[in-house]
Design a protein around this ligand. Sequence first.
Ligand code: BGC
Length: 419
Amino acid sequence: MHKKPVMKFPKRFLWGAATAAHQVEGSQHNQWSEWELGNAKSRSVQAEYQYSDLHSWQHISQEAKQAGTYVSGKSTNHYENYEHDFDIAAKLQLNAFRFSVEWSRIEPKEGTWNAEALDHYKLYIQALKRRGIEPMMTLFHFSLPCWFSEMGGFEKRSNIKYFVRFTKKVMQELGSDIKYVITINEPEVYAVQSYYEGNWPPAIRSKWKTYQVLRNLIATHKQAAAVIHSLNRRYKVSIAKNSAYMYPGDDAWVTRLSAQVGQYFQDDYILKRVRKSCDFIGVNYYFSNRFYGYRIHNPNEHVSDLGWDMQPENIEYVLERLHRKYKLPIVVTENGLADATDEQRKWWLTHTMIAMSNALAEGVDLRGYFHWSLLDNFEWANGTWPRFGLVAVDYTTGKRTVRASAIWWSKILKKIISN
Ligand code: BGC
């Protein structure tokens, strides 16, 4: 007989979903919204070339070929619909929620604070608290005010002070109801996509700039964390670190070395530099990479709509390794998949839950899990076609439909929470 795996989670475990302002709020005016307007047409024209190898192509082709798909526009209009969205989150048994505040709303002009935007986020956080949902606030999740990016953004060390000033203002205004703060989401992903690959604004391709931006983001985190801690030591601060599991496909020494070096650059280059100013490690996990020699060749037994190789169970090894190396509490700040037909989400969640429970049994101090995402949303340069939501969004009507996998998950959570 098949024995059901026993899953054990601590009583105060955070069960949440994550979002980012630019991806869900709608009606933005920032460096992304500007860039989208100039690039949507070419993204739609290139769609067939870019995506037609994906198994999801049949399903997505119509949407992917439309220019409007690559403009965030009204998006899910979460800015106006948050009460309704938090009702859904509460119904899904979530007791935590990760979101980002939009800098371009709060400081639309350099040095000018928008009281209305600050009031909005005050009400937003209160709406979570009222429902017994613990907020986790991100300060920089890829979107920047135009004035900041026009003065060179994080390319310039002398610009860091503007972000630090923003951090201080946000914490002074919103901090009373907040405990968990993420300063920067995925520093390498931002630096590489925007300055190395040239896929994201400002779409530059320069190794030197990539390196500079990365260095400046590390310094930015340190300074922001120091300001937050100086306001109150009770704040729990981290970055959200993109991780992946790197493993050898054979026994050759080159292969094993490549996987090790790959893992080092994936996790440790940044974490070693920021660990002292982190109270926990926020980790985003989506995929694994299998090495043969120094090349990556994945088994692709399960692939997401975006073509990512999915091995949810490997999150266990990521968590165990981070625990061994850094001895800090860990929160999974993002984890999920693009799955428009919802065929793989239940499978993904099941294996992720088992893996996290195993990691806990191995002694990992894991404090929470945030699924990416609560809602379908604007997936950056890929536009709206990738569907990451526990809740499906119809972008024409704004209608929310809870996916079957989410209903299933909420039943599991109910059992775990009440045990
Ligand atoms: C980012 C999210 C993104 C998700 C899925 C993470 O890299 O933080 O903004 O939507 O992955 O690609």
